[in-house]
Design a protein around this ligand. Structure first.
Ligand code: FAD
Length: 277
């Protein structure tokens, strides 16, 4: 296994109503962070649909940075997925993070139950490198952690090249998942999803959305700096840097930063791990 650390960034696209121009400044800043790739999230639903494909195309053509397009299948039909894949292919996108997406009332009728169904469809279509999601603390709907690792093995066997993990704050959770996945024969690389804490409000929202737990070390930071936003911001970014450095000591070589489109956050973390890249 190569020792070179991989460092990638996740951004979200603007809403269709805002137009692609809204992301230009963000991408100019992110390109200076020199990521190995930038992944662009996907929002299903007409009102919320963003510009995932266009942002990926712009990133690749303007900055020469490979893009990974997220694609969710909940609520989609085989026809709508085929249309998305065709558009991505025409835009020169080679990599897709294949996801189920969250289930909401409007997404119940679908040709796809799981991300693995979408992966099969993408494989039938051909021409794409697959990425998949994994969950260091287990997916909220899973009956057991074992089930999650079985799903990772299914994704692995469908050709996933790399797993991008859900955010987590306790490194032991990620290392446990890695060890269990390796035991079950997962050979794809595992990238640790790191979400820098930038404010108390942001962390509460992220924990609600992801189901990640807040370990004591983090709640102590939140209480210590509850009246000092600037100090909390710095302490949160330092925590992310420490998380990466200590995982690297444990042999983890790939990191995916949830940037929330914040250039300063991405640059700060990159500076903190520069010597490892
Ligand atoms: P799945 O792999 O389908 O898993 C969902 C549940 O089904 C799990 O409990 C799993 O154990 C079970 N399961 C899976 N496959 C099978 C099977 N074959 N048989 C039986 N059980 C199975 N959401 C968005 O809407 N847009 C995004 O851009 C986005 N980006 C994300 C990026 C990352 C890195 C991560 C970790 C998540 C992202 N999400 C995004 C959220 C994601 O859509 C949700 O977490 C969703 O609930 C599950 O997606 P999944 O692909 O992991 O689903």
């Amino acid at each position: 296994m190569s020792n070179k650390m991989k460092f990638s960034l996740e951004i979200f696209p603007p809403k269709i109503t805002d137009g692609i121009e809204k992301i230009y400044g963000c991408l100019a800043g992110m390109s200076k962070v020199l990521p190995d790739f930038i992944s662009v999230t996907f929002s299903a639903g007409e009102a919320k649909a963003g510009l995932t494909t266009e942002v990926c195309e712009y990133t690749q053509n303007t900055y020469g940075i490979p893009a990974v397009a997220h694609l969710t299948c909940a609520g989609q039909t085989k026809e709508s997925i085929a249309t998305s894949l065709q558009k991505m292919k025409e835009a020169g996108i080679h990599s897709i993070l294949a996801l189920r997406g969250d289930l909401t009332a409007g997404k119940k009728v679908s040709d796809f139950l799981h991300a693995t169904d979408l992966m099969e469809e993408i494989n039938r279509f051909g021409d794409f490198t697959l990425y998949g999601a994994c969950y260091p603390e287990g997916h909220v709907e899973s009956h057991s952690f074992d089930q999650d690792v079985d799903v990772m093995k299914m994704k692995n066997d469908l050709g996933v090249k790399e797993f991008l993990s859900q955010l987590f704050f306790d490194n032991d959770d990620f290392l446990h998942m890695r060890d269990e996945a390796v035991k079950k024969g997962v050979t794809a690389s595992l990238s640790a999803g790191i979400m820098p804490i930038t404010s108390a409000k942001q962390i509460v929202r992220m924990v609600q959305l992801s189901g990640a737990k807040i370990p004591k070390k983090v709640s102590k930071l939140l209480s210590k700096y509850e009246n000092d936003d600037g100090a909390l911001y710095k302490a949160g970014l330092d925590y992310a840097v420490k998380q990466i450095r200590s995982l690297h000591k444990e042999g983890v070589n790939s990191f995916h930063l949830y940037t929330m489109n914040n250039i300063n956050t991405a640059a700060y973390v990159r500076n903190g791990i520069e010597d490892l890249l």
